[in-house]
Write a protein that binds this ligand. Structure first.
Ligand code: IFM
Length: 449
């Protein structure tokens, strides 16, 4: 049997985020976030659920670190809740918030587990949303203040840091469709302005990290689209290429080249963001790594426009429990090779990949059999390894997620965890996929069919 064998120093990891697991939304001086407010609005989330308790990780963090240790993870990716650090977004600092993350960070380091810390995984302090949130340029300044505050306290520890998780979702779901907090449905112009302010916040944030830490390795985590032409007709191929440019170049060019792509600016026309002199230089900061989150392909056929592509799903394609998320493992090789080929090269990490499938319930013996998740993770990893064999510098992999958690507007019904979380007792239970992942880590790889 052939093996997918990974390098010895490959960072095997799992990921989570503050609002999705911590709970304790009113504890120890934490301020309110936009997700607290959004979840209270009837109809915002399935079954009216929220992250008020989530997985109670704020209380149970020590036993959660034990889960991480017993899987043998080399790295753990988590996020810091801005409202725990600066309850009003700016100004007064809440020391208890910093204490919490310091304890977690130090425990991970003591166990030899590399922390990979995200500064913004969607939980903006509501106080800043009250001042117009990301459409306001001042929010980017506030992010730089928050970042400096965190790094002054924690920046002497060796860790990977990222400024943003999936900024696409912040802009499009938060301020475009309104499916995420703060639930606003603004014009394309405003959404593009949000993108610009997030990019600016990233740039100022990187400067704040570098000014306050010698030990930090700095990156950003994006969620690229993975366009695949529906057929090999020149029209479909072209439509897929334009979708790539409109989404991926739009984020990557400012970050890595210091300019918005000309073609996309032309497509956006008057909806392009307003910029000030010096903005593009501020955005274009040296990065140490880039994080990619991907889950499914976008099959693109002709008949749309670059900004509104014609996305089609093959009739019998397997999907996960997330509506429209097709299972197609070759996306891993594809996206990694494309990033390697198209952009200035940086060490890459797959900062999220994983799946929710229906039916993850413990059996009578308490075992959680999740063969579909196991296969999903294995097949995406095998595909990524093929990209590595072609020269892609992939340094690590984080399964989403360490444990079942609050899946935003879908509440607790979509379970992505390597551990099952009982939503009544909060007990965690490792799933078969978690056991397989632990064995893979021990063996440095796995047999491929
Ligand atoms: O749960 C989310 C996570 O917060 C961001 N990336 C996608 C995951 C699954 O939807």
């Amino acid at each position: 049997m052939p093996w997918s064998r990974f390098p010895e120093d490959f960072l095997w990891g799992a990921a989570s985020s503050a609002y999705q697991i911590e709970g304790a939304t009113r504890a120890d001086g934490r301020g309110e976030s936009i997700w607290d407010v959004f979840c209270r609005k009837p109809g915002s989330t399935e079954e009216g659920t929220s992250g008020e308790n989530a997985c109670r990780h704020y209380e149970l963090w020590e036993s959660d670190v034990e889960l991480i240790r017993s899987l043998g993870l080399k790295s753990y990716r988590f996020s810091i809740a801005w409202p725990r650090i600066l309850p009003h977004g700016i100004g007064a600092v809440n020391a208890k918030g910093l204490d919490f993350y310091e304890r977690l960070l130090d425990r991970l380091l003591a166990l030899g587990i590399t922390p990979n810390i995200t500064l913004y995984h969607w939980d903006l302090p509501q106080a800043l949303e009250d001042r117009d949130g990301w459409p306001a340029r001042d929010t980017a300044l506030a992010f730089a203040e928050y970042t400096a505050t965190v790094l002054k306290r924690l920046g002497d520890r060796p860790a990977l840091w990222s400024t943003f998780n999936e900024p696409w979702c912040v802009a499009h779901a938060g301020y475009g469709s309104g499916a995420h907090a703060p639930g606003r449905r603004e014009s394309a112009k405003v959404v593009n302005q949000v993108i610009h302010h997030i990019l600016l916040a990233h740039g100022w944030g990187v400067q704040a990290i570098r000014a306050n830490s010698k030990a930090a390795k700095v990156g950003i985590v994006i969620v690229p689209v993975v366009p695949i032409p529906y057929t090999q007709s020149p029209e479909d191929v072209r439509a897929a290429e334009e979708h790539w440019q409109a989404e991926n170049d739009w984020w990557m060019h400012p970050l890595l080249l210091g300019r918005y792509p000309e073609a996309v600016l032309a497509w956006k026309g008057a909806d392009a963001p307003d910029t000030l002199p010096g903005d593009m230089e501020a955005i274009h900061q040296r990065l140490d790594w880039l994080g990619l989150n991907f889950y499914f392909p976008n099959r693109v056929a002709a008949g749309g426009t670059p900004l509104k592509p014609n996305l089609v799903r093959p009739k019998d394609a397997p999907t996960t429990a997330m509506p429209e998320w097709e299972v197609h493992p070759p996306i891993a090789e594809r996206i990694l090779l494309e990033f390697h080929r198209r952009y200035p090269r940086l060490p890459l990490y797959v900062t999220e990949n994983g799946a929710a499938f229906p039916g993850d319930e413990p059996d009578a013996q308490g075992r959680v059999r999740d063969p579909l998740r196991l296969a999903y993770i294995r097949d995406h990893l095998a595909s990524a390894k093929r990209a590595m064999d072609q020269g892609v510098d992939l340094r690590g992999w984080y399964v989403w997620s360490l444990m079942d958690n609050f899946e935003w507007r879908f509440g607790y019904q979509k379970r992505f965890g390597l551990h099952y979380t009982d939503t009544t007792t909060y007990q965690r239970r490792v799933k078969d996929s978690g056991l397989w992942y632990a064995e893979t880590i021990r063996n440095g790889g796995f047999e491929t069919a």
